[in-house]
Design a binder for this molecule. Structure first.
Ligand SMILES: Nc1nc2c(c(=O)[nH]1)N[C@H]1C(S)=C(S)[C@@H](COP(=O)(O)OP(=O)(O)OC[C@H]3O[C@@H](n4cnc5c(=O)[nH]c(N)nc54)[C@H](O)[C@@H]3O)O[C@H]1N2
Ligand SMILES: Nc1nc2c(c(=O)[nH]1)N[C@H]1C(S)=C(S)[C@@H](COP(=O)(O)OP(=O)(O)OC[C@H]3O[C@@H](n4cnc5c(=O)[nH]c(N)nc54)[C@H](O)[C@@H]3O)O[C@H]1N2
Ligand SMILES: [Mo]
Length: 764
């Protein structure tokens, strides 16, 4: 592996030479603190972050341990908190000074740097400005609009941050009103997981719990970047490596956090050169090449099975598990046997010996864990990526026992929980009969809209109203320019947010911007300060109490806003006690418990269980809620997850997150761990590809869509930057690259946009 790294240095590709963690991450926090100028309360908030009785970080969804570190936060968690507790304010005076058209010319970074929104605002078309309004005026007007349209033409979107309490109320509001159009950010993220894992294991979420990480012998990492996106996960990884667990990574980019880690919370490690090497094997698979790589691993597993059985009568496979618990083994074996190493090398971009070495780690390990992120989910055949990984794990019975399992690393801090309590466009995932009984109404039974269907419905004119509970929908979706043009035909747009972003500048005929409390702020209601709850990536539920003084006295909490909208829209129903719920969120938890008694029994008593309470997972118990009643081996449709064919001049573009952003929130311009500083307008390319394409380092180029639909999509002004990537794969930043992603370019099964291998041409 060393040789490849040296090659990078020789070729002069940019790469950070330090470790993940260490002093660099301390510097990252300090820079954010200086920029946001937080009050002392913000620093106090950091001390209580991710602890029982404290508040749960608004950054990633990684679990919060029972015995937290003194500072159970990371560089990016600290940035997220400081971002929320900034002393900057985006006031009615600010809006009086700037037209919305003018603000459309601002960068994402500059919009959010205006600070926290302080006041409910209505968009005034005559002056092209936001003007202040009262909460009652906003609720009444929105209720009036919603009552005037067919409920099925309204969309209730949510970004994955809102608490379980808010999410439950929001989903119930949608159903009482009359639709299942409840897409959330998961529809652009891990929906591939929710669909594919559910299909083959019967459970839509990961099967691991934290203690599995103390027991496993090997961890296989596919397309997830913990150094940037879930840094607290580096602690259990570092501990696992120290006790001899092997980590094997498949990623087109040599991500720093998966190479070496220095614990910034360990004084000893900070003062010595010691850093833990993380991956023992780092395979730079081609974008979209994971299906082939895993096929190769399985080929080697089958070869070793035959060899060991012949020589020693010992199985490599878990034959009892396969026999008792799975379906479809023979077809899978035939498919793997029928695939040649030549095809595997060609499609994965890896050499046979490296894939065999990875498979040997898998064979030797008694207990293995698979972790993955957007590198598997955001592909046209993303579902096949995940099912292929499940195939590999079923071969050795690595699902449903201690120390083993599949562990997708989720994104937003409550994105998994929102689905758990009813935010879903898929009615079959929601206990509609129970809701019907509990609230005395007939819930809609038809399928709601996914994110992609929402966009199609806006383009066709079928969608009339959009409510966004957080997020930055228009910046996060594909086909950005066409969608912005279509958006203005909407009758009603409502955005509930903490900070100004681009989605607030593209407005329907009636448009409101409603500011809410952040999770770190005190949420005072008539019965006192309220706690809320979240579910992490490992299905543990945690309570969270904000203590910071709210950014403005005119803010409302998310539950209060949802209740305000619902009351203004729906006829009164004595069984739905909006006012009581807002007064005491414990009553919402009682309602959740009534709807989901198995998972949420004794909810209020368990809210502050240290380490959270586990809501259970059927696949972990080897109860397979699938059509076959077993865990299913399945066959991939292709050997790669790329939705088109290779051809001359067509590149596979990965849209990436830097270390200085949270999704569309850009904290700054330093992608420290990749050594890219000062700009996000870059085109990352292998140096040999730069030469072969006749380009030069530093040259400014553009990208154009090379999708087979022939539509024109362009992004310009990108600096050619040498970077150690597999040949044929190029990289750029999300969300700047989003205008290049066709709306039709999504995982076939789950409709998750395929942002990790977008077909493009380079335009000089
Ligand atoms: N600081 C910070 N934290 C975050 C976020 C953030 O933006 N900033 N976002 C949050 C959210 S919502 C999410 S979903 C997660 C996202 O976290 P991740 O799942 O880590 O998502 P990405 O950073 O988009 O990309 C993941 C990795 O996939 C690799 N990759 C790309 N294509 C392929 C491929 O074909 N195969 C393989 N094997 N790898 C590939 C990329 O090189 C990259 O390292 O993080 C969450 N946490
Ligand atoms: N090309 C490409 N596109 C992608 C991705 C990619 O990798 N590549 N990743 C996809 C993924 S994984 C995701 S999850 C989506 C993200 O899509 P979203 O979740 O829609 O976007 P965010 O950038 O997380 O939303 C940021 C905004 O949320 C608001 N906000 C922050 N905190 C709060 C709060 O507590 N309450 C409320 N009400 N609002 C708040 C702020 O106003 C902020 O501007 O993007 C997707 N789009
Ligand atoms: Mo995400």
């Amino acid at each position: 592996m060393g040789t490849e790294r040296d090659k990078g240095a020789e070729q002069g590709t940019v790469h950070y030479s330090g470790t993940e963690g260490g002093w660099g991450s301390v510097r990252g926090i300090v820079e954010t603190a200086l920029r946001e100028r937080p009050k002392p309360a913000a620093l106090d908030a950091l001390r209580r972050q991710n602890k029982p009785g404290g508040f749960m970080c608004v950054s990633c969804a990684w679990t919060k341990p029972k015995h937290p570190h003194t500072f159970e936060f990371c560089e990016n968690g600290a940035k997220a908190t400081l971002w929320e507790l900034t002393s900057r304010r985006c006031t009615p005076e600010f809006f009086a000074e700037h037209t919305v058209t003018e603000l459309k010319g601002w960068k994402d970074y500059d919009l959010e740097q205006t600070g926290r929104l302080t006041h409910p605002m209505r968009y005034d078309h005559a002056t092209d400005k936001y003007v202040p309004c009262s909460w009652n005026e906003a609720f009444d007007a929105i209720g009036r609009e919603l009552k005037a349209i067919d409920p099925k033409s309204a969309i209730f979107y949510s970004s994955g941050r809102a608490s379980l309490e808010t999410s439950y109320m929001y989903a119930l509001f949608a159903r009482l009103y009359g639709h299942n159009n409840l897409p959330d950010s998961s529809n652009m993220c891990h929906e591939t997981t929710s669909v594919a894992l559910k299909d083959v294991t019967g459970s839509p979420v990961g099967t691991c719990i934290l203690s599995d990480f103390d027991l496993c012998d090997a961890i296989f990492f596919f397309g997830q970047n913990p150094g940037t996106n879930s840094p607290r996960l580096l602690h259990p990884l570092q501990e696992a490596v120290k006790r001899g667990c092997k980590i094997v990574t498949f990623n087109p980019i040599r991500e720093k956090g998966l190479e070496v880690f220095k614990n910034p919370q360990s004084p000893k490690e900070m003062l010595t050169p010691a850093a833990t090497p993380i991956s023992c094997l780092y395979l730079q698979v081609k974008t979209g090449g994971d299906i082939a790589a895993i096929t190769g691993m399985m080929k080697h597993v089958f070869a070793k099975e035959a060899e060991r059985w012949a020589a020693e009568k010992i199985h490599v496979l878990d034959v009892d598990f396969i026999e008792q618990h799975t379906d479809g083994f023979d077809a899978l074996k035939a498919h793997v046997d029928g695939t040649s190493w030549e095809q595997i090398e060609q499609e994965s971009g890896l050499v046979r010996a490296d894939i065999e070495a990875a498979a040997d780690v898998y064979i030797e390990a008694k207990r293995s864990i698979a972790m993955y992120g957007m590198g598997l989910t955001q592909h046209v055949h993303g579902s096949d990526n995940i099912k292929q990984l499940v195939n590999l794990f079923l071969l050795k019975g690595n699902i449903g026992r201690d120390g083993a399992g599949i562990s997708p690393v989720r994104g937003h801090s409550n994105v998994q929980g929102q689905r758990t309590v009813g935010i879903s466009e898929k009615p079959e995932l929601v206990p509609l009969d129970r809701l019907a009984e509990q609230y005395g109404f007939e819930p809609p039974r038809d399928e709601g809209r996914t994110t992609v269907h929402v966009c199609e419905g806006i383009q066709s004119g079928e969608v009339k109203a959009f409510i966004g509970l957080g997020g930055n929908f228009l910046r996060a979706i594909p086909e950005q320019e066409r969608m912005e043009a279509a958006w203005t035909t909407l009758r009603l747009t409502v955005q509930i947010a903490t900070k100004l972003n681009r989605s607030h500048l593209i407005n329907g005929q009636v448009a409101y911007l409603l500011p809410c409390l952040g999770r770190s702020e005190e949420d005072m209601q008539v019965t006192g300060a309220q706690a809320v709850t979240m579910e992490d990536s490992l299905s543990c539920i945690h309570g969270s109490i904000g203590r910071a003084t709210p950014a403005s006295p005119d803010l409302k909490s998310e539950p209060a806003i949802v209740a305000g909208l619902a009351k203004a829209t729906l006829p009164p129903n004595p069984k739905v006690r909006w006012d009581d719920w807002v007064a005491d969120y414990g009553l919402v938890r009682d309602a959740i418990e009534e709807t989901y008694p198995e998972q949420f029994h004794d909810f209020n008593k368990r809210v502050f269980t240290p380490g959270g309470f586990y809501r259970g997972n059927s696949a972990r118990e080897r109860v397979w809620k699938t059509k076959s009643g077993k865990a299913d081996f399945t066959l991939p449709k292709k050997l790669n997850s790329w939705g088109t064919e290779d051809k001359d001049g067509r590149w596979r573009l990965m849209t990436l997150r830097s270390n200085d952003q949270f999704n569309t929130t850009i904290y700054g311009y330093s992608d420290r761990l990749r050594g890219i500083e000062g700009t996000r307008d870059v085109l990352l390319m292998n140096p040999d590809d730069i030469a072969a394409a006749g380009l030069k380092q530093g040259q400014i180029v553009g990208l154009a869509s090379d999708a087979d639909d022939g539509m024109d999509r362009q992004v310009g002004g990108l600096t050619v930057t040498p970077f150690l990537l597999p040949r044929g794969c190029i990289g750029g930043y999300y969300p700047e690259m989003n205008p290049l992603v066709p709306l039709s370019w999504h995982d076939e099964e789950s409709k998750t946009p395929a942002g990790k291998s977008v077909p493009v041409r380079i335009v000089v």
